[in-house]
Design a protein around this ligand. Structure first.
Ligand SMILES: [Fe+2]
Ligand SMILES: [Fe+2]
Ligand SMILES: [Fe+2]
Length: 423
């Protein structure tokens, strides 16, 4: 019997925010720092608690619409060279997919809208909220990361002062100046302990979430992971659905099956840290490129296992490239450490990947898929009981997986590809 979830909303949000920015030292903690500043400015403005939480939530994930690592680095470096609006539109669409994120979708949509482009008053809720994130984002991106923070605050303040009245409303700038003389604000902002500071003292600190909430967040995150590339646009959907069906056939309870679905949605979370140039490479990967691919399950594990209450899900999600004989990666655990859930995930992942097109090959037919799975089971790499369940129910599983993947494909093509193609 699995334990009840004992997960804090702030813990889940901070870890997912971190997962998006983990990929590169240039953007590490960018969203978390923006959220910290937004929280401080919104608090100094005396906004009500609910509004502060909404601003903080938007800021923590404000760039989720920048789907590739390359996009994120470009945006962080400066707007002049790039299209700013696309990631705002996609970010809003992703926020709209989860009931937990939806209230903050409008802030994400307008987090790059300068004050002079607004026609409403600064007192309108949507305006002040977006302007606070706009300001916090601008400050964070202006920080020179290899220079001591207190040696650059004067310059940061002058830069913000120069934007007052044009890009940022003077009242919002004024609120920032109420707190910007405090050294502790800047030292906290760049502290490696910022995660734990926000977890223990930041917004949502007392808020617990249940299994359905986590499912809803995981469901949104699978799209963020998958929509990075058209080749993987429905991959996590397929893995989650096949893993759920296999676990049901295996005899898991409904609650355990839901956890498999969550683990399936999150299994490739660490791929957020892999550049698209590698994910979409048409030829064979070099040894160096494959070493970069290997970090994805490591990150899936470190991110999920730091969220209280998700340790079993972390293993089910992150062990999908481990093999029963210990020859997998990156943990090299063997049969004694890989439980049934993780064994199911490994089969679900290979099965789904073989069905899908990749840049270097077409999706395979049933015969070929069957041969590969049987051969891996007979070599003691995959659990043969699970491969048998899959093959015995191949028609039913394939039909259901394809129908779930069609739904995700529709979201991808209607909302995401269309917007991307308008660039
Ligand atoms: Fe942005
Ligand atoms: Fe993977
Ligand atoms: Fe995968």
């Amino acid at each position: 019997m699995l334990q009840e979830f004992n997960t804090r909303f702030s813990n889940l949000l901070l870890s997912l925010s971190d997962a998006i920015d983990i990929a590169s030292p240039q953007i590490a903690s960018h969203q978390m720092r923006t959220a910290f500043l937004s929280w401080k400015i919104a608090s100094a403005a005396g906004l009500p608690e609910g509004q502060i939480e909404k601003i903080y939530l938007a800021a923590l994930l404000h760039d989720i619409g920048a789907l590739s690592l390359e996009d994120k680095i470009q945006l962080h470096a400066g707007f002049e060279v790039t299209d700013v609006d696309t990631h705002c539109v996609l970010g809003e669409a992703l926020f709209d997919l989860s009931h937990l994120l939806k209230p903050a979708a409008g802030i994400v949509r307008y987090h790059h809208k300068p004050w002079e482009a607004w026609h409403e008053s600064i007192d309108s809720p949507g305006v002040v909220e977006s302007q606070i994130v706009y300001l916090a984002d601008t400050i964070e991106r202006s920080i020179v990361r290899d220079t001591y923070i207190l040696h650059q605050t004067d310059e940061l303040e002058s830069k913000i002062a120069s934007l007052s009245g044009s890009e940022i409303h003077p009242d919002v700038v004024g609120t920032f100046f109420q707190v910007s003389h405090q050294e502790d604000l800047w030292l906290d902002l760049v502290s490696p302990r910022l995660y734990s500071l926000l977890l223990h003292h930041g917004p949502f600190r007392g808020v617990k979430i249940d299994q359905d909430d986590i499912l809803s967040m995981a469901s949104t995150f699978r799209h963020i992971i998958d929509f990075k590339s058209r080749f993987t646009a429905t991959h996590s959907t397929g893995v989650a659905e096949s893993a759920a069906m296999l676990s049901r056939f295996f005899g898991f309870t409904e609650s355990e099956t839901t956890r498999m679905t969550i683990a399936g949605y999150f299994h490739d979370l660490g791929k957020l840290a892999v550049p698209n140039s590698i994910l979409e490479k048409a030829g064979k990967l070099t040894k160096e490129e494959f070493e970069i691919i290997k970090q994805h399950t490591y990150y899936t594990y470190t991110v999920l296992s730091t969220i209280g209450g998700l340790s079993v899900i972390a293993e089910w999600a992150a062990f999908h490239h481990e093999k029963l004989d210990g020859s997998g990666y990156p943990f090299h655990v063997g049969a004694d450490r890989i439980d049934v859930g993780a064994r199911i995930m490994a089969v679900a992942d290979i099965f789904t990947a073989l069905c899908e097109d990749r840049p270097y090959r077409k999706g395979m037919g049933k015969r070929q898929i069957k041969d590969i799975l049987v051969s891996q089971a007979s070599k003691g790499l995959l659990d043969e009981r699970i491969v048998r369940i899959l093959l015995e129910n191949l028609e039913e599983i394939t039909t259901k997986v394809k129908s779930e993947q069609r739904v995700s494909r529709d979201i991808f093509e209607m909302k995401f590809q269309k917007v991307k193609n308008c660039d």
